[in-house]
Each structure stands twice: as C-alpha cells, then as structure tokens.
Write a protein that binds this ligand. Structure first.
Ligand SMILES: Cc1ncc(COP(=O)(O)O)c(C=O)c1O
Length: 381
C-alpha cells in the first residue's frame, strides 16, 4: 500500500482516539491510546452489569472472552485452542513455566535487555536448582545470535527472550532462535509484549513454543489482560502446577475431588478475567485486525524512520538497531535527564516516556509526521 494511502488510513482512524484533540501522543509502547470503541465497550459492560448482574456471565461475558481469544489467535497465526487469557505476563509465566520440567535440563538462557519480570521469574527458581544465564548485550541495543549459540546446549531447558526489546526497539530473529532452541532440545519462550500489534508475527511459522504478550500496548486494549500461546503439540505434556478453576474441564461442575485440566491452552488460565478489559481488549483487537498488522508495520516503520531523522537533524542522539529492518516503533532519544525531559514535554502537551538514559517515543498507526515534528521540536529547545 503506498504511503499516501496509509497516511489517509491513519488520519481516518485517528479521529477515533480523543487524546489527539488535546495532546501529541507518542507513547503506545507504554499504553496504547483509548479509542471511542473501547470506551463504548466499557459502557456496554457497565450496562450489562447493571441490567443483568451475574447473569451477564452466561449470556454475554464468557462469549466476549471467547471472541477475544479467537481474535488474538488470528493475529498471531495460531489456532484458537492454542491461545489463553492471563492476568499479566508475570501471571502467564507463573502458570506456563510451572509446567516445565527443570529436573534434567536446569538452565534458562535469557538476556540483560529483556524485561525484568521475565528474568526475575527464572531467578526466583534458583532454590529449585534452575540456573539462569543472563547474556550481556555488547552494545546495549541487541544480543547477537552467536551469543545465544554459545550459551545454549544440552543443559538448556528454555531460551526465554523478547521479540522486540523494550528499551531499544530492536527486533530479534525469532525463527533463528527457534531453530537454535530445537536443535538443542530446548523450548523457545518469547516475550512478545512489544511486538504483537506492531510487527507481524506468525507464531507457528516461526516455530515458537510459548509466546506471551499483553493487551495494553500495541493492541490498544487497556490494562489487566495478557495472552499466552502454547504450541498445540506441547499441550499434553505441559501440565501446570499453578492452576485455576478456569483451566479445568467442566468448570461449572465445581468438583473439588478431581483435577481434570483442559486439553487446550486454557489449562493455563488463572481465575476470573478482568471483564471490563475484555471489552476494551475486544475493541483494540478489532481495530488491529481491521487495519492489519502488515499495514501497521509499514506505517509504523515509516514514522519511526521519520522520527529518527528529525531527531538526528536536531543534533540529538538516537539509540537503536543499525539495520532498518531490525528497528520497530520504539525510538530512544538519548538525554542526560530523561525524566525531567518527559515532564517538560508533557507540560508542552507531548506525551512520551523515559527509560534509563533516554526519552522513549513510540508511534503507532494513528500518529503522523506532525506529531513527530512537535515532539522533536519540543525536545530540542
Ligand atoms: C516486554 C515486556 N514484558 C513484560 C512486561 C510486563 O508485563 P506484566 O506487567 O504484564 O507482567 C512489559 C511491560 O511493560 C514489557 O514491556
């Protein structure tokens, strides 16, 4: 699709996001903007709660949960039976990783660029004999595949790392990681929180075993809902020990004497989901499916390059992957005091975020080059 068409598309959808009437919003990698349809979803939830009370579960809410699983599964190219809801990435890790046997293979290979909750999960298993190898990034931007290759061997149970690194936006080659994991008899667990919704992912084709993501960033779904994909072929042998009544067959039989885990990925679900978020998540997923992640990627890539070029033209330093195709919609503009810069920008009506040493800007499909110009000009003064 030519750039001009994509621009029109962004303009059309932008009017669905009221934040743009009062601010320049460039922070989707922290929290996707609220759409009118998500707000209507919240209203619908409240109306149903008010009208039907608990009956709404059977007549509406369980169906919405199903629709959300199905939409998410389509977006990442997997079967609906391979997708589960989770309260957060941290919760999904607790449940899914409770099913991994670390008794023979005791190692997990991860990196110092991964989101801490991922690494903490395995560090906390030290008492159970799990050894977490945290690879160091040589340049603070990404970790070369060779570093993984050196570290992964027959002692490795899992490679656990991100698709897109949250502090640099660098995209990892997940298909290559999958080959490496499988050649060594290990599992590949991908934290795709910063990629799903902005970078196309076909989890099956990439050979990923476990993929975790959440709804509040690029999927525009609001807080309180995450997703777990577990490759169908693994489901039978991955029996969680962190379980809930949402993960069993015949949930509404309420039989405490018998634990019969579901055969699908929902065996990893942990209790009552956040229903208001199911409504906002459904609206966000609908937008993403309507536009299509391929188109979003093209649009975001062009905004990312524009944002970088503007920053460089103003004499600012940008941290990120060298090759263009390894860059995603996270632009790190270096700054001595990023927290103060973010506050100053907010006072000027520009909402961005900070991470150590840099201001983090993240354009989504609804942004424009005018947003980038406003942000960089405000930053450069
Ligand atoms: C890549 C990545 N993983 C995990 C998380 C945190 O996940 P949760 O709070 O759902 O446990 C974040 C949050 O910002 C993130 O960016």
């Amino acid at each position: 699709m030519p750039d001009a068409d994509l621009y029109e598309l962004a303009e059309r959808y932008r009017s669905e996001f009221p934040i743009f009437r009062s601010a320049v919003y460039l922070n989707s990698c922290s929290l996707g903007a609220l759409s009118d349809r998500a707000r209507r979803g919240l209203q619908e939830y409240a109306d149903l709660w008010s009208r039907w009370g608990a009956s709404a579960w059977y007549d509406y809410w369980l169906e919405v949960a199903d629709a959300v699983r199905a939409s998410y599964a389509r977006i990442i190219g997997v079967k609906r039976s391979e997708a589960a809801l989770a309260p957060s990435i941290s919760g999904a890790l607790a449940s899914v990783c409770s099913a991994i046997d670390f008794s023979k293979r005791t190692r997990v290979v991860t990196t110092d660029l991964d989101f801490p909750t991922l690494v903490y999960h395995f560090l906390a298993k030290r008492a159970d004999g799990v050894e977490t190898v945290v690879l160091s990034s040589p340049d603070g931007i990404s970790v070369p595949l060779e570093a993984f290759t050196e570290a992964v061997d027959e002692r490795t149970a899992v490679i656990a790392t991100s698709h897109v690194y949250f502090t640099t936006g660098a995209i990892q080659d997940i298909a290559a990681l999958s080959r490496l994991a499988h050649e060594n008899g290990a599992l590949l667990l991908i934290d795709a929180y910063q990629s799903i919704g902005q970078v196309p992912v076909d989890a099956r084709a990439a050979g990923i075993d476990i993929l975790l993501s959440g709804g509040l960033k690029w999927l525009l779904g609001g807080t309180g809902l995450a997703y777990a994909y577990v490759r169908g072929e693994l489901l039978e042998r991955l029996e969680p020990t962190v379980v809930s009544w949402f993960g069993v067959e015949d949930q509404f039989d309420f039989d405490p004497r018998r634990l019969r885990l579901r055969g699908d990925a929902r065996r990893f679900e942990l209790g009552t989901p956040a229903v208001p978020t199911l409504y906002t998540a459904r609206a966000g997923l609908e937008l993403i499916e309507e536009i299509g992640v391929e188109r979003i990627r093209t649009r975001v890539a062009s905004l990312t390059e524009d944002l970088r070029d503007r920053a460089l033209a103003h004499g600012l330093r940008v941290r990120g992957a060298g090759e263009r195709e390894r860059r995603s919609g996270i632009v790190m503009v270096e700054h001595r005091d990023p927290a103060a810069a973010v506050k100053r920008l907010r006072d000027a009506g520009v909402i961005v975020d900070h991470r150590p040493g840099a201001v983090r800007m993240s354009p989504h499909f609804y942004n424009t080059t005018e947003d980038s110009a406003a942000a960089i000009e405000a930053m450069a003064v």
